[in-house]
Design a protein around this ligand. Structure first.
Ligand code: TEU
Ligand code: CA
Length: 543
């Protein structure tokens, strides 16, 4: 497989609203990010995925864009953005922008025009349908944020489609003019020197709404191929599609280098495996290690040379890794490191979500009034109307509200964790006095330095980047173990996913072995069975 720079990169996701506030208005901003670039450089990351900073009324924290070619005032200016790109570059860090083009804001100039009348030249930029015979929405399609996906525009008496909030009307990708405008906009950003795009819900742009086809529609891959050709295809950038509906076979369509679409996709099988069939993430199922291993094994071995994996535990929509897959009460540091080792030694490009590198946890706000996320608030209202009790719904929120990821970054122990000198837009997690960057940097055994070592190992050892993956002990209830092998080099990664001791026996013959990293500071002899402490995890080089 042809080598690419992003095969050995590690990406760090910044959620700008919650990262660092430079001017005391309680909202993170671009100058705040610039002030923390040295910190990110110290961690060793190569790429920043910047969640949206474009002009937006912030109905969905910037995933509702009103102008793709300007920056939201609360985040800064285009000049700040250009400065961020330059200052990151000076530290060998590339910036990838969030490309949110399934929908715009209803305050985008195109939509304001489109609503004026049915003959407006921008009308067809969006998806309009007549009311049903009895004056209701054209069909019962539901929005991902709850409620009907159709909203009536009273001026023209037609419904427009919004798969997310009603302030996020879906663009009509069957209109060539829309396609051209988006491609021009992408080139405008690429010309500013960005390192690529993270493509928001990109699997929705090929939809055929009248046939009930929403994701993975017939137009999707042809559209991505023309996008590649017209924009980033001839530039050396990283592109990653957010694709909730991807299987391994679908992933090959996106990321097979021969097809000229995108570098890689985010797949979500390890996320949705714990969602309830009926109530989704609001009533999560217990953690199932065997299933988790099955899923990673399938993706690690399934793509082969026809694609590239992205590796992530969490992002701005998901609960914190250590809270969901580890033990954030009794073994926070141990399990945060164990999870990092397990993920970072796989084949693919790892993504770190801000705060993960210091083991930040979920938050349990006592009152629904402390929540800010539109999805959380909509479902709280609608599920209570359906019969959930307040307590049941709060349990669901504590496990899976998107706000778990969106509380401000913890920088130090002063008020509001050093995130802002004003009042933060969302409450800070009260555990910031223990868990913060200052404390992490001062402790050589912190989660931070563990991540730093993992990133260094990826840079030093080609086997981490290109080695073949083999899963061991698939049916073990506590241990996640695998090997990576390349040209005679072999690594064993073994992790205890439980709060009890666990044993593991490596069955192959071993001449020599060397422990590269252990979250308990141990060294291991593979001639004997290993007894692993709670959440213990190790990387062992086998000779
Ligand atoms: O997320 C897509 C998406 O479907 C999520 O909203 C997800 O389904 C949900 O959080 C899980 O229940 C992307 C962005 O990452 C998200 O922040 C945006 O809100 C959404 O698209 C709309 O742009
Ligand atoms: Ca600010």
């Amino acid at each position: 497989m042809e080598k690419k720079w992003w095969h050995q990169s590690v990406v760090y996701q910044v959620y700008p609203r919650s990262f660092c506030d430079s001017n005391g208005d309680g909202i993170g901003d671009i100058q705040g990010i610039i002030s923390k670039l040295d910190y990110l450089h110290k961690l060793g990351i190569d790429v920043i995925w910047l969640s949206p900073v474009y002009d937006s009324p912030m109905d969905d924290n910037g995933y509702d864009i009103s102008n793709y070619q300007d920056i939201a005032k609360e985040f800064g200016t285009l000049k700040d953005m250009e400065q961020l790109i330059q200052e990151a570059k000076a530290r060998d860090i590339k910036i990838i922008m969030d490309l949110v083009v399934n929908h715009t804001s209803d305050e985008h100039a195109w939509f304001i025009e489109a609503k004026k009348n049915k003959d407006n030249p921008y009308r067809d930029y969006y998806i309009w349908r007549k009311p049903s015979a009895d004056g209701k929405p054209p069909n019962d399609l539901q929005s991902i944020f709850s409620g009907s996906a159709w909203e009536l525009d009273e001026t023209t008496n037609e419904y427009y489609l919004h798969l997310f909030s009603k302030k996020q009307p879906d663009l009509n990708w069957e209109n060539d003019q829309v396609v051209k405008e988006i491609f021009d906009m992408m080139n405008w950003w690429l010309d500013k020197g960005i390192g690529g795009f993270r493509m928001d819900v990109i699997d929705l742009i090929g939809k055929e709404i009248d046939k009930g086809i929403i994701d993975n529609g017939p137009h999707l891959h042809p559209l991505l191929q023309s996008m590649n050709k017209a924009t980033f295809g001839h530039r050396d950038v990283l592109t990653v599609g957010e694709t909730w509906g991807a299987t391994v076979d679908i992933a090959k369509l996106y990321s097979n280098p021969a097809r000229d679409e995108v570098s890689m996709i985010f797949q979500f099988e390890h996320v949705t495996m714990s969602w309830d069939e009926e109530h989704g993430k609001w009533r999560p199922k217990p953690f199932d290690l065997i299933k988790l291993k099955e899923i990673f094994h399938k993706w690690q071995t399934g793509l082969g040379k026809q694609g590239w994996n992205s590796l992530f535990w969490n992002n701005h929509d998901l609960p914190r890794a250590v809270s969901k897959y580890g033990d954030d009460k009794h073994y926070r540091v141990e399990s945060a490191k164990m999870l990092a080792t397990t993920l970072h030694m796989m084949r693919g490009t790892p993504y770190i979500f801000q705060g993960e590198e210091i083991g930040m946890t979920n938050v349990s706000f006592e009152s629904i009034d402390s929540y800010r996320d539109i999805e959380t608030l909509n479902f709280y209202r609608d599920k209570l109307a359906e019969g959930f009790t307040h307590e049941e719904m709060m349990d669901g929120l504590w496990a899976n509200s998107r706000d778990n990821a969106r509380t401000p970054m913890h920088w130090h122990t002063s008020e509001y964790a050093g995130f802002t000198t004003g009042t933060p837009w969302i409450d800070v997690n009260p555990n910031y006095s223990d868990i913060n960057v200052e404390a992490a940097l001062a402790d050589e055994n912190s989660v931070f330095y563990h991540y730093q070592k993992l990133i260094q190992l990826r840079k030093e050892l080609p086997v981490v980047v290109y080695g073949d993956f083999e899963l061991l002990v698939p049916k073990d209830q506590q241990i996640f173990a695998y090997t990576r092998t390349l040209d005679g080099h072999k690594l064993l990664i073994v992790s205890n996913f439980s709060a009890e001791k666990a044993t593991f026996h490596y069955k192959e013959a071993v001449n020599s072995c060397k422990t590269l990293l252990s979250n308990y500071g141990n060294t291991y002899d593979l001639q004997q069975a290993l007894t692993l402490a709670p959440y213990e995890s190790a990387i062992i080089q086998i000779g």
